[in-house]
Design a protein around this ligand. Structure first.
Ligand SMILES: *[C@@H]1O[C@H](CO)[C@@H](O)[C@H](O)[C@H]1NC(C)=O
Length: 268
């Protein structure tokens, strides 16, 4: 069970915080793409990656999404341990490779949603402000995020992308992967997770079969884009690409004004 597993990892992490190495902790607790296809960054130029300072250098931690020249959206669970030390993290944009290429930016400020719960995974959203303006190009662009009244239809096609693992507890992909998935009806998703977790109206679910496609570990915080609008941020799931368990995303349209409030702090 992913949630139980996740708890073990988070528990392990808390236990090691005081004793130094943070390696292979967050990374494993975050969700990568299963049965995806390699994409060039120019096809998803809003895709960014968050790396954390590790003993051996900078390790991939999470995905993120460029929303302005100074801000990215990501998952709260990617930022909540770093709010007071944003210098332990870096943002990388404009690369199709997990650990090379692109441009690197320091993080100035981390806004984790005030009501984020590590237990229920509600409000799993965060805004990171970079220290400098992100330089846009063919490979680096922002994406519009869904407005509050956005009506996302069941069955709508969406694209999820990231540098995560290609199977649950599997190995990481060295290149950027993407997968087409479809939005799952809300009550069907709630039913699928009935015994495991509550699917709130601020979450959305997506899945695909033949072959089963999904986000997985290391994809957390990354984009789910439908009709050129950012509709979801990779949040969690039971395993990865499991037939009866869709991938769960933070529903971006539920946080429109929250995001705007945080963007207002950009030039503080
Ligand atoms: C997606 O998930 C829902 C809810 O579990 C399920 O009813 C549906 O058959 C799944 N669809 C695909 C294509 O996997």
């Amino acid at each position: 069970m992913w949630i139980a597993h996740r708890y073990l990892i988070l528990f392990g992490l808390i236990a090691t915080v005081s004793s130094v190495p943070l390696e292979n902790t967050i990374e494993e607790s975050s969700a990568r793409i299963v049965n995806g296809f390699a994409v060039d960054i120019s096809e998803v130029p809003y895709q960014a990656a968050l790396r954390r300072r590790a003993v051996s250098g900078w390790a991939h931690m999470c995905g993120a999404v460029i929303i302005t020249v100074r801000a990215v959206l990501t998952a709260a669970h990617c930022g909540n341990l770093y709010v007071t030390e944003p210098s332990s993290l870096r943002l990388v944009v404009g690369t199709s490779y997990r650990l090379s290429g692109g441009s690197t930016y320091d993080i100035n400020r981390i806004h984790v949603h005030e009501a984020y719960s590590a237990t229920t995974l509600e409000n799993d959203i965060a805004v990171f402000i970079t220290s400098k303006k992100i330089s846009f190009s063919k490979n680096v662009q922002s994406v519009h995020f869904a407005p509050p009244n956005h009506n996302l239809q069941t069955g709508a096609e969406a694209l999820v992308s990231g540098f995560g693992t290609t199977s649950y507890e599997g190995s990481a992909s060295s290149v950027l992967l993407a997968a087409h998935v479809k939005i799952v009806e809300q009550t069907a998703c709630a039913r699928a997770y009935l015994r495991i977790a509550t699917i709130t109206s601020s979450m959305l679910c997506a899945n695909a079969t033949q072959p089963a496609r999904d986000a997985c570990q290391g994809d957390s915080g990354g984009p789910l884009v439908s009709n050129n609008l950012l509709v979801g941020v990779v949040s969690w799931g039971e395993g990865c690409a499991e037939l009866s368990y869709p991938g769960v995303y933070t529903r971006v349209s539920s946080y429109y004004s929250w995001i705007h409030d945080k963007l207002a702090t950009t030039w503080d």
